[in-house]
Design a protein around this ligand. Structure first.
Ligand SMILES: NC(=O)c1ccc[n+]([C@@H]2O[C@H](COP(=O)([O-])OP(=O)(O)OC[C@H]3O[C@@H](n4cnc5c(N)ncnc54)[C@H](OP(=O)(O)O)[C@@H]3O)[C@@H](O)[C@H]2O)c1
Length: 289
């Protein structure tokens, strides 16, 4: 992975160009770095990487209304955002709330939209006891808070070093590893009604033991086993409406994103190294000077 000079993209009809101030990084970006290619994406080099971003509109394509030059926005642009400029359809951006930092705005869309999609598909709400695996990570951090907003009781798995963090998000923390099922049962004698797996393997097995209704178990990781087990394989359904709902909760003080590291674009490799530990709390942001 290296920083290259490439032609600056131009905004076409229905698009804007954004001068990126910050972006997020997800485990998916690391998979692409390791060689994953997607159907429909050109596998030749140079290839860009990165999903979410925040920045300032600096060029408006024909017929693109609502975001004039100078607008501060956040959004998503798959396999494109770790760059100084991205070109996106206006359907993929929303206004950046004034009180949201650039780092949070840049690292907001990807994990938050995944988490919200999952909570929605699992129909989590008042009366539920919801188990979130990898609750301290990017997706888990938002899944916990959205479920709390919607009235659920949330139990989150994390290492001991993240238990105060999970409490601060509104979850009851529990350590993962041997004995997880028994520990969760002790914390939730009323039973667990839904679960979100962001780890796969043993986390999904524990969910199968704890939740009776398999259609209320979702995985964003273990797609290979989802079909045979009859649990939901959840893929992110991104929309500007979903993103605006989530940014409104941030503005209302109900949803916060912890940025555990902010790394300049020229040191993006360090952001990948941090993600590859598998133990990032909240999000790592890439900052574009
Ligand atoms: N299907 C989709 O559309 C979609 C979208 C986004 C993400 N994903 C996938 O979902 C997964 C989670 O994504 P993410 O962005 O939240 O990842 P992430 O931010 O890298 O998750 C890191 C967190 O995982 C926790 N963790 C590590 N090992 C664990 C274990 N055995 N049990 C419980 N927690 C553990 C760590 O907590 P501790 O430090 O406390 O261990 C850390 O806080 C990834 O595999 C990603 O590829 C899928």
């Amino acid at each position: 992975m290296e920083l290259l000079e490439v032609p600056t993209p131009e905004a076409g009809p229905g698009q804007v160009r954004v001068r990126v101030k910050a972006a997020g990084i997800q485990p998916f970006d690391c998979e692409v770095r390791r060689g994953l290619t997607l159907p429909g994406h050109d596998p030749s080099f140079p290839r860009k990487i990165g999903n979410d971003f925040a920045g300032v509109v600096d060029q408006v394509g024909e017929g693109s209304e609502g975001f004039p030059v100078g607008s501060e926005v956040l959004g998503w642009a798959l396999l494109a955002s770790h760059a100084e400029y991205v070109v996106v359809p206006i359907e993929q951006i929303v206004t950046k709330p004034a009180g949201m930092s650039w780092e949070v705005a840049g690292a907001f869309s990807a994990s938050a939209q995944t988490a919200h999609t999952a909570v929605e598909q699992l129909k989590v709400g008042r009366g539920d006891t919801f188990l979130v695996h990898a609750a301290a990570g990017g997706v888990g951090t938002v899944a916990v808070q959205v479920a709390v907003i919607l009235g659920a009781t949330v139990i989150g798995t994390a290492g001991e070093h993240n238990h105060d963090y999970l409490r601060s998000l509104g979850a009851v923390p529990v350590a993962y590893g041997d004995g997880l099922v028994e520990r969760v049962r002790a914390l939730a004698p009323q039973g667990v009604t839904a679960a979100l797996d962001g780890i796969g393997g043993a986390a999904l097995d524990a969910s199968l033991e704890l939740v009776d209704d398999r259609r209320r178990i979702g995985t964003i990781k273990d797609f290979d086993r989802a079909g045979e087990l009859g649990v939901l394989a959840i893929g992110t359904q991104r929309s500007a409406e979903r993103l605006a709902r989530l940014t409104a909760w941030h503005t209302e003080g109900k949803l916060r994103i912890e940025i555990s590291q902010a790394v300049p674009l020229e040191r993006a490799a360090d952001a990948h190294r941090a993600m590859d530990t598998g133990h990032v709390r909240g999000k790592v942001a890439i900052v574009v000077p």
